[in-house]
Design a protein around this ligand. Sequence first.
Ligand code: HGY
Ligand code: MN
Ligand code: MN
Length: 416
Amino acid sequence: MPDYSTRTAHILSRIHELAAISEDATGATVTRRFGTPAFLKGRDLVQGWFEAAGLETRLDGIGNLRGRLASRRPRAKTFVLASHIDTVVNAGKYDGPLGVLMGLDLVESIIQQGLDLPFHLELIAFSDEEGVRFHITYLGSKVVTGAFDPALLQRIDADGITLAQAIDEMGGNTAQLAADALPPTEWLGYFELHIEQGPVLWESGVPVALVTAIAGQQRMELTWTGMAGHAGTVPMPMRQDALAAASEFVLATEAFALAHGHGLVATVGQLRIPYSASNVIPGQVIHSFDLRSPDADQLAAAYAGIQTQAEALAARRGVGLTWQLVQATAPVQCDHELNRLLGQAIAAGGYEVVGLVSGAGHDAVPASAVAPATMAFIRCYKGISHNPLENVEAADVAAAMAVAERFLLELKDAHN
Ligand code: HGY
Ligand code: MN
Ligand code: MN
């Protein structure tokens, strides 16, 4: 009988070792954005673990770490186990790395048992799922799935560095990105283990669930342009205050999402005021806008409705508005057959089979365009994520490990 609690303790000790590598030299917060020295140092650590497990590893052109366990079957397809090792800023320890390190443990166990699978296994630690540095998500998985648009190479980060420059500086190779794709004919499927990042499992006491769908999301950048002025001399009715306009927009979109419900969520997570000073009326405000829904029609209607509201608000306030759509991803359904097997594995563990829609985006989204894809969610502390309070119970990770290992063995039997 596998000793999942010992294996889980090993996974969690690696989680803490990786979390100690951060852009924050004080170590007080966990931040490893795509291509930064901290990201590269963390990836080196994980690559050492891949190689110690016996995986043949390589770094692809966009910096994904790829470990391959070849099947002895010559015409075998490839089943991908993956998640990401980049993080948001001031992140938790588990969003991404937990899926990679649980996947590594599953592969280590297969190698130790000397199992010959009827498919190649490729374990991938994606280099940029969060899209923090260039505001575009899934850069790593887009390369592996062949969905990477070369035009993205011209995107610039807050320091004016292009994605192409960042890739070159980290030792990547922009000329290789197309060749790094796993051809659609070679995919058998995709499976990702990830913390739920929501409260459902926490409240229900269920340790692990399957994912039925992943919400669609749109990422925008809005720029409000008013008139900078003296905070002491411009009468209130004469102001074209860009921050007041942006603030009204934030509250109006919050009210819009609350009023429409059904999984619609709207967030302004980043905002900057160029040339800001306490005694200057903000002349310009630039901010992000993240809009999501599991329902494509609701997402489209909300996008149009909120944009119309924003334009009317800008006109009323005499403020200019530019609304730039940065990225749009449609909602995706997870694969029914994989979920049938995953549901069997969950039930065999004695757990209620819970199916969840993910409000968070995941690399399973690009993967679902080329292969049957699904995910398993692990219960996390109060559903908190993108926050240092992110946490998991070892018992829940152990439960998910048992389910995932049973799922892989079912997959082996199904393709033998
Ligand atoms: O934004 C997301 O949903 C994910 O954390 N990248
Ligand atoms: Mn994630
Ligand atoms: Mn995340």
